[in-house]
Design a binder for this molecule. Sequence first.
Ligand code: NAP
Ligand code: G4F
Length: 351
Amino acid sequence: MKIALITGVTGQDGSYLAELLLEKDYQVHGIIRRSSSYNLDRLDEIHIEGVKKNENFHLHYGDMTDSMNVIRLISETQPDEIYNLAAQSHVKVSFDMPEYTADVDGVGTLRILEAVRILKLSEKTRIYQASTSELYGKVQEVPQSETTPFYPRSPYGVAKMYGFWITKNYRESYNMFAVNGILFNHESERRGEEFVTRKITLAAARIAYGKQEKLYLGNLDAKRDWGYAKDYVECMWLMLQHDTPEDFVIATGEMHTVREFVEKTFLEVGINIKWEGEGVNEIGIDLKTGKTIIKVEEKYFRPAEVEQLMGDPSKAEDLLKWDSKKTSFDELIKKMVAFDIKKKNLEVYES
Ligand code: NAP
Ligand code: G4F
């Protein structure tokens, strides 16, 4: 039985990956942070507090900022595969907490690599580093591939840039099987509610059911390459099963604006949006009722924006036989909206 250790197991990707590895008969260890409120909701399928739901799934308290804890957990679990998914993953928040973001997302990656080296597990343990399309930032070419130069535009992007290079450096210096998955945006029913896609799908469901009046957004013209998270975690696993340690871009190869995501999502709940005005004065009107339901708000703009991202997944398609077209943009929106409409606790939301 293979042993996997997942940092960030309570997150969107961590929860899907844990389920996938359990299906593949792995023994899965996940690192969770101590919190004063319950933070294991995304693990509901495989874990219930106080119940032995899955004997191959184990949770351990830890934090990426605590080197001794990282060393101890890797020493105790002796993993064949480590998936380093833990991160302060919100780009806008990284402008407010740049030092913490650097510590968790940058130095945190080093802590994992160095622990594996110190514990003399370099030959046994394969490491996946959750790298990101944010490295491309102010894009130097379209689409972006494994050879496109980086130009990060946020403290998050810069911290992840350190994570990328230190992973590559340990691979080259110590012959470790350590790889970067350069993943473009991927979303799902489990996406954090403060990311733009989930913010939109939840708001559409609430507005359609009279629980919310307006949705406030930032840059409607930003373009992203949005895929489905469940498809992307499969690729993380494939990267660690590959013969040689290599970095891969994972993307759909399609780009859409935030505006388009809004229009399609609201159509899903039967609302047609008409746009009026420009910049921060732009509004989205419900064509049927004439009500303003979308407003632009300055606070959601970033000090430096990544205007567009679109990946070229051909290397992963060729070498890993990964299907970049498994879930389309329209299907992704349908899944997220259907889930948010079904949520029984669509709490009343003040506008
Ligand atoms: P997410 O939902 O925000 O999950 C982040 C996870 O990291 C959570 O489990 C969180 O724990 C944990 N974490 C945060 N700070 C930590 C710390 N100091 N110590 C230990 N754990 C900590 O992120 P995601 O969307 O699943 O993304 C997974 C990884 O892929 C991240 O590294 C992200 O930067 C990267 N990535 C994501 C995307 C995307 O589009 N989703 C694209 C490219 C790369 P709590 O639950 O306690 O907060
Ligand atoms: O959903 P977002 O916050 O995702 P962003 O910044 O692209 O980052 C995500 O994807 C990265 C991969 O490229 C990951 F590495 C990272 O961890 C994270 O998962 O914003 C997407 C776009 C941005 O251009 C933002 O300015 O949407 C724009 N936007 C417009 N209004 C908004 C909003 N973003 C958020 N979060 N909230 C808004 O109201």
